[in-house]
Design a binder for this molecule. Structure first.
Ligand SMILES: Nc1ncnc2c1ncn2[C@@H]1O[C@H](COP(=O)(O)OP(=O)(O)OP(=O)(O)O)[C@@H](O)[C@H]1O
Length: 239
């Protein structure tokens, strides 16, 4: 049986003045997949996912999530439908503790059930390896740990779709290994869309890779297909 499509876009465009950052993108993401979005700097990757989650409006085109047209929904409504995301610039609350940051995300879903709130907050922290740092002030964490904290905040929402923009940037090699294991585990019940420049991470994780260049999808396929294609595209994928 063909997988259910969780998210799709049709003719999605975003202009910044005269610059066409995303052009006519038709994109389909089946439920359960780990999808990587790759392409050179300025290809439009962040702009594309920013439209998906409602951080910026589309110039034209449509975005459908679970069969519902969400193109004009505000970001918080998309979050309550089951989209979670982290971006290159961290959005943690630096003066709150690690625990409090995740508890805020979990609270949206659980309300005032204190026992469940504590259990699920600590559970999300354990999954990203930050449980021992629960009482630390988030702003004091190393950058890599702040990225992991953001993922815990995303997981705390129990999303259907988790969008990660360059999640391994700033992580050590050991942390990258842990991140790969984490995403494999998360993908058992969450669809993952990942912008990633680290090609070994992409090859290790992705079921399918979408390649953007100058705002358009120029290739899509399995890691093996894209690797084969990469010889041709070496010039701009950087080998
Ligand atoms: N708010 C903005 N105003 C004007 N131009 C923008 C804005 N945001 C992005 N752009 C431009 O849109 C194009 C696509 O940028 P985007 O950040 O989406 O690329 P990217 O593929 O995510 O790049 P990177 O890998 O460097 O993060 C770039 O030319 C960028 O300069």
């Amino acid at each position: 049986m063909a997988a259910v499509t969780l998210l799709s876009t049709r003719d999605l465009c975003r202009h910044f003045g005269g610059l066409r950052a995303v052009r006519d993108v038709d994109f389909d993401l089946p439920q359960g997949e780990i999808r990587a979005l790759i392409g050179p700097n300025g290809a439009g990757k962040t702009t594309f996912v920013s439209m998906l989650c409602g951080r910026i409006p589309a110039s034209s085109g449509t975005i459908t999530f679970q069969g519902q047209d969400v193109t004009h929904l505000p970001a918080h409504k998309r979050i309550s439908l089951g989209m979670a995301y982290t971006f290159q610039i961290t959005s943690i609350f630096g003066n709150l503790t690690v625990y409090e940051n995740v508890a805020l995300a979990v609270q949206h879903r659980l309300g005032r059930d204190h026992a469940a709130l504590k259990r699920e907050t600590l559970g999300a922290l354990a999954r990203v390896g930050l449980k021992a740092r629960a009482e630390q002030v988030a702003g004091d964490l190393a950058y890599g740990h702040q990225r992991l904290l953001e993922i815990a905040m995303g997981l705390g929402q129990e999303p259907k779709l988790l969008i990660l923009d360059e999640p391994t940037q700033g992580l050590s090699d050991g942390e990258i290994e842990e991140f790969i294991a984490l995403i494999r585990e998360v993908s058992a019940n969450t669809t993952v869309l990942l912008i990633e420049h680290n090609i070994p991470v992409v090859m290790a994780l992705a079921d399918t890779i979408t390649v953007l260049n100058f705002g358009r999808i120029i290739a899509e396929g399995t890691p093996a297909e894209i690797r084969a294609n990469m010889h041709v595209q070496e010039a701009y994928l950087g080998g």
